[in-house]
Structures are given as C-alpha cells and as structure tokens.
Design a protein around this ligand. Structure first.
Ligand code: GAR
Length: 188
C-alpha cells in the first residue's frame, strides 16, 4: 500500500479527484494538511474520512508555521509522496531538502508562464491561445522545480473565463491522479 499526504489551502477539488481515483486502488491518503482553517478542503476531508491536520498560518506566522509543519510531516512518516493540491504557501528550503523529489505540485498554466495566483485568469486576460496545466517537483520557489508533465489546451474563440476555468480543472482532475500513479507505481 502506498501512502500520500495531501496539502491544500482552498476548495479541494483536486484532493477530491485524487481520493476518488484511488478509492479502490492500493494507495491511501494518510492525511490532509491545511494552512487555512476556513478552507472547504477540510470539510471534504471530514466527509471522506481522511485525517486532517490544520495549522493556522495567519495566527502562527511563517517561522512558527514552518517549524510545526516539519514536525507534523515527520510525525506522519513513512509516506511515499507529498501532493500539493491548491496549497498556497511556499515550502521552505529545509523542508524541501528533507523531502527532495518527494513533493509535487500542480499549477493551472504552462509553466514558466503565469506563476503565482490567479494563473487561469491572467492567461485568459493576456490573450494566449494555448494554455494548460503543469505538474512539477517542488523546490523552495513559487511554482518552480523540474517539470514532470504538462498538458495543453487551446483557448477557443467562444471560451470565456468561466468555460476556460472549468476546462482547466477538468484536465487537472483527470491528469493529477494519473501522474501520481505513474510516479509511485510505474517510475522510469
Ligand atoms: C488548482 O487550479 C491548482 O492548480 C491551483 O489552485 C487550484 C486549487 O483548486 N494551484 C495553484 O495555483 C498553485 N500555484 P482546488 O483547491 O479545487 O484543488
């Protein structure tokens, strides 16, 4: 049985997609970690019976939060992979080093374009004709690190921001679980 940790800050649709894809497969989500006590992803974890650990970044401050995060991750070992799914904080260097090539992230653009927040909206407003998703190893910088996979999509004339967002999320929900599976069960 493989075990993963998911980390997220928001709505949690990728977390849900990962959970559903692996429901009958030999992989379990050992825990969800969130930095945001108000995030819907925590409610999803409760409904799915996944253990959740909430560390309130805003009340702790960066240093204390990162120290606690390291403690929580250490206490959850062993696990095979840390999966960032809408996790909106930087993983500090000391955690990246400890878990080198054990943390992946998904981002809703073709990196290195449109790093950071509201990537879909910024790509749409820029007027690019092709955009997509990127899954990459995590380093200590925002939305950087060796690319594992990218999938592209054409922005059609009749797309608006809403249709584009839903197409991108559909791609994410399809590919993220399958890339996790490839990394853990069919490494090169
Ligand atoms: C996803 O689109 C993910 O790619 C993005 O946040 C969204 C989370 O949605 N991540 C980033 O922008 C990372 N820089 P979700 O909470 O419904 O999975």
């Amino acid at each position: 049985m493989k075990e993963i940790i998911v980390m997220g800050s928001g709505y949690g649709s990728n977390f849900q997609a990962i959970y559903e894809y692996f429901k009958d497969k030999p992989l379990t989500i050992k825990a969800l970690i969130s930095d945001n006590p108000r995030a819907y992803i925590i409610e999803r974890a409760r409904l799915l019976n996944v253990r959740s650990v909430v560390l309130d970044y805003k009340s702790m401050g960066k240093e204390k939060y990162n120290e606690e995060l390291l403690k929580v991750l250490s206490s959850l070992e062993p696990f095979n992979l840390i999966v960032l799914a809408g996790y909106m904080r930087i993983i500090p260097e000391f955690i990246v080093k400890k878990y080198w090539k054990k943390i992946i992230n998904i981002h809703p653009s073709l990196l290195p374009a449109f790093k950071g927040l509201r990537a879909i909206e910024r790509a749409y407003n820029y007027g690019v004709k092709i955009t997509g998703i990127t899954i990459h190893w995590v380093n200590e910088f925002v939305d950087e690190g060796e690319i594992i996979e990218q999938v592209c999509i054409r922005i059609e004339e009749n797309d608006n921001l809403e249709t584009l967002e839903s197409k991108i999320h559909e791609l994410e929900h399809y590919y993220y679980p399958r890339i996790i599976e490839r990394i853990l069960f069919h490494p090169k």
